[in-house]
Write a protein that binds this ligand. Structure first.
Ligand code: 2ND
Ligand code: ZN
Length: 366
């Protein structure tokens, strides 16, 4: 494919890979290299559903393609199992960032739940330190081509969110930019963790909440209006508060209007949504309408291993589904950088010095 459709030039896979990209929603335990899982599992005697890297990669993609968030989440048992020691965490974190660099990502917020990595005796603090060590090594090796921050996730079915929020604050100047809750959404509303969110607000910290993925508007409403989320993880179901009449007239309900008016960032993860049943297909994914309505849409991978994807692949899939061009990809990228949990001057520097000049060149050359 040479990228030309009629007279319009479509961004090609290789061009998109070279373009600077920003990811705000990418799980550390959802982005291991299959070959690394095989090696680490062998070291600790963990039984995997496949023995070689290629079949294991395929197994993850197929098992995660289940149409249900709960079943999708079961696949993490195998990644979390091999991430229980200092050395394993350092390695996984280092390789994760190496893969982001190779994919052209210039800024990443990487999340995981420290409470899931203490089975072999590491403390929560040691878990965060090991991940940071891996990130630092890969960032140094990349020579400044990427900036990476951790987001600490608490599992919504568990009861350790306050502890994890305190951990995020204790690491706030050492690589941790914020907090999140994840896991099964139905039955576990965000308000269960209100004390943690209120604590973070009092600390002038930042957090995002997985909401509006496997459950609808009440989850989004609670995340924003009760818990004070800065961003929404997924947020796809905000579409339930938008009506499009036969004549194309669009009406926003009060919650959708609030999300758009307040420029609340939506961390959209199209491929993941198709696997968990939150969206039917790329072509019908709500990201199309939400982009058209100028919500603050960002594009993310969620779990590169389970969705067998990358930032480049997500962008290219959107280009193919919605005929997006460079201006659209730049808009997604700047939206994401504006929404990062990084100080304003640092966000601006990446937008002005890295993102804009690169897209300017891509746009003028297309
Ligand atoms: O998309 C998701 N929704 C809810 N939970 C998720 C999603 N992707 C990953 N997780 C869970 C499984 C991981 O073990 C955990 C921490 O990264 O977060
Ligand atoms: Zn997620």
């Amino acid at each position: 494919m040479d990228g030309r459709i009629g007279t319009v030039t479509r961004p090609t896979l290789e061009e998109v890979r070279r373009a600077p990209k920003v990811v705000l929603h990418d799980h550390l335990d959802g982005g291991l290299r299959p070959a690394t899982i095989v090696e680490l599992a062998r070291e600790i005697g963990h039984q995997l559903p496949a023995d070689d890297a290629e079949s294991l990669g395929r197994w993850f993609a197929e098992a995660a393609d289940s149409g249900s968030l709960e079943r999708y989440l079961e696949t993490f048992d195998h990644t979390v199992a091999v991430m229980q020691t200092h050395d394993a965490l350092v390695r996984v974190a280092r390789e994760f960032v190496e893969d982001l660099v190779a994919d052209g990502v210039v800024y990443a917020e990487v999340r995981y739940a420290p409470e899931q990595h203490v089975e072999s005796g590491l403390t929560l603090d040691e878990v965060v330190a090991a991940v940071q060590e891996g990130f630092d090594a890969a960032v140094a090796a990349a020579g400044g081509r990427i900036v990476v921050r951790q987001l600490l996730t608490a599992m919504r079915h568990a009861a350790r969110s306050m502890e994890i929020a305190e951990l995020a604050i204790s690491w706030r100047d050492r690589g941790v930019a914020g907090f999140d809750i994840a896991g099964a959404e139905a039955g576990y509303p965000p308000t269960r963790h209100l004390d943690a969110f209120e604590y973070l607000q009092r600390e002038n910290s930042h957090f995002t909440i997985h909401a509006g993925e496997a459950f609808g508007l009440p989850s989004i409403w609670q995340a924003i209006q009760w818990c004070g989320a800065d961003r929404l993880g997924h947020g796809v179901r905000i579409i339930d508060d938008i009506t499009v009449a036969d004549d194309g007239q669009v009406t926003l309900g009060r919650l959708a209007a609030y999300v758009r008016d307040q420029r609340i960032p939506l961390e959209m993860c199209p491929s993941s949504n198709i696997q968990t049943g939150a969206a039917e297909s790329m072509a019908t994914h709500p990201i199309g309408l939400l982009t058209q309505l100028r919500f603050r849409v960002t594009v993310n991978t969620d779990n590169r291993l389970m969705s067998s994807t990358s930032m480049t692949d997500e962008m290219v899939a959107l280009v193919e589904a919605f005929d997006y061009g460079w201006e659209d990809l730049r808009w997604f990228t700047i939206n994401a950088m504006k929404s990062a949990f990084l100080p304003f001057d640092e966000r601006l520097a990446i937008i002005d010095e890295v993102i804009k000049p690169a897209y300017e060149e891509l746009i003028s050359g297309s």
